[in-house]
Design a protein. Structure first.
Length: 519
């Protein structure tokens, strides 16, 4: 299963590169403060020594903390909070030990420290650093400068520092979002390479969409004529199935027709697309942001759409992400389709196109298990063409083949997609009817017989020839037998009873009405 990408972070080398400018600048400012505080404007000999010691310690600390501790994988968040407190105390100490002429340099140092902290940590430690530093600095300067002027100066410096912190935070979020989307695409493409089932591809695509975008609704649709079949639809935390919509006049229809992506950030504004109207799906809420991209492959003609109940919920990066997911999904669905076609051909009889003996028996066992779970009946019809050998001898094998293919076409006209028909061998066929009782099976058998009697077949000279009749036997699971093999045997025995009664007959369960009464 496609895993949710973890929260992206910086690598050690990226940490060092990103903090290098602000750390080096801080070291330079500290060197200036040491020079001015101990040589140009010393408070006292002892103060000069203290400024030199504190400034030197600060330079060493900046190097160790930002270039050795921060990049380490063992570094913990608690150290970022501790760094914020230590930095605030250090700035306050420098303020106390130096003259007011160096207030500007300390303010610059505060801004640089906030920038460095916001890069190496989240916004919390950086905010603590700025607020605590400003509070302590204003406390130490309250008696040696004009309070109002000093307050305005340091509050202004704090505001600049906070603006820098917020700017960096937003940039980091954008970077993380971009990384997260790239990770989603990479993980999705890696997962679907080995997926050869359509439902598995859709499941992975669903997970990728949940992880990559904050959408209130999304769906995957496949074009079928003038309609769209929704393979996957999610709306307001719920999933829906088996929905179809007309494409005419829809945004999806425009994407299909033009084979172009469509990005509508605010649907409160008029949609300037000819013959397009909004179609509500799911919970019948109107999306205010809409984005759709074509999902095209050799065997796939689909669309991938996301929407939000908020306007301007998506951006061009989301469109790029959606396009990438659609391209990878189209390739995977193409592969799944080709695999299913190859697999299906292996399960079909080459002449008639119905299931072969082995696969039909496997499918019948699955249907029988499902019937037991659902406590529903399963009817089976065994069918054989009467006097088929004589027919082949008289009219030729090509005419015989045409009869068999016409018979299978007639059977398919009268069964549901959940039913199945297989070639049991030669001119003998078998039909499984899940959720059909014996009377319903009889009606289907009658319709098949009636349809076959109306068929016309021509010989090589294009002259019409007679169509053979069929005999049918019916058995019911689990009321009559509770095993698949016994079910087939029972239907086969009744088939031969029907033949013994004169052929062109249907032999049901003894409990059913006589066929002449049904007809």
């Amino acid at each position: 299963m496609l895993s949710k990408p973890s929260k992206p972070g910086f690598m050690p080398s990226e940490h060092r590169i990103s903090v290098r400018p602000s750390v080096i600048a801080s070291m330079v400012v500290l060197a200036i403060i040491i020079f001015y505080g101990s040589v140009i404007w010393p408070q006292s000999p002892t103060g000069a020594i203290a400024v030199t010691a504190l400034g030197t310690f600060g330079i060493v600390y900046l190097f160790v903390f930002n270039f050795l501790l921060v990049p380490s994988p063992h570094f913990r968040d608690i150290y970022n909070w501790l760094n914020a407190i230590l930095t605030a105390v250090g700035l306050a100490a420098l303020t106390f030990l130096t003259s007011s002429q160096l207030a500007l340099y300390i303010a610059v140092l505060l801004i640089l420290a906030a920038i460095t902290s916001s890069i190496t940590a989240e916004w919390g430690p950086a905010y603590l650093l700025v607020i605590l530093s400003t509070t302590l600095i204003m406390f130490f300067e309250r008696e040696r400068t004009v309070p109002m002027r000093s307050g305005i100066f340091h509050v202004s410096a704090a505001i600049i520092a906070l603006i820098a912190v917020e700017t960096i935070r937003q940039l980091k979020n954008l970077s993380r979002d971009r990384i997260r989307k790239l990770e989603t695409i990479t993980e999705f493409s890696r997962q679907i390479v080995s997926s050869l089932e359509t439902q598995q591809v859709l499941k992975l695509l669903n997970t990728a969409l949940r992880n990559a975008v904050e959408a209130d609704t999304y769906f995957v649709g496949m074009r079928e004529g003038d309609e769209m079949r929704l393979e996957l639809i999610y709306d307001d935390k719920q999933y829906y199935e088996n929905q179809r919509v007309k494409l005419e006049g829809t945004l999806s229809g425009w994407v299909f027709e033009n084979q172009q992506s469509l990005f509508l950030p605010d649907l409160r504004k008029d949609v300037s697309l000819p013959r397009v109207r909004l179609v509500l799906l799911g919970k019948h809420k109107t999306s205010l942001s809409w984005m759709g991209v074509p999902m095209r492959g050799n065997s796939v003609d689909g669309i991938l759409v996301i929407g939000s109940y908020r306007p301007n919920a998506f951006d061009r990066a989301d469109l790029e992400l959606l396009s990438n997911l659609a391209q990878h999904a189209a390739l995977a669905l193409d592969n799944a389709y080709r695999h299913s076609q190859v697999e299906l051909q292996a399960h079909l009889d080459s002449l008639t196109g119905v299931y072969n003996h082995g696969y039909f028996l496997k499918l019948l066992k699955e249907q029988a298990d499902q019937a037991l779970r659902d406590e529903q009946p399963l009817s089976l019809i065994m069918l054989d063409v009467d006097y088929f050998k004589q027919y082949n001898d008289t009219y030729g094998h090509l005419a015989g083949d045409e009869i068999l293919t016409s018979l299978c076409a007639a059977i398919k006209q009268h069964i549901k997609t959940s039913d199945a028909v297989g070639r049991w061998g030669g001119e003998e066929f078998v039909i499984s009817l899940p959720n059909a009782n014996a009377n319903q099976a009889i009606q289907i058998a009658l319709r098949i017989r009636s349809t076959l009697s109306t068929l016309t077949v021509q010989n090589h000279g294009k002259d019409p020839i007679s169509v053979p009749t069929i005999s049918q036997g019916i058995a019911l699971f689990p009321d009559e037998v509770n095993e698949v093999i016994k079910l087939v045997d029972l239907a086969d025995r009744r088939l031969y009873i029907a033949k013994a009664r004169g052929r062109n007959q249907i032999e049901p369960s003894p409990d059913q009405m006589w066929l002449d009464e049904i007809e």
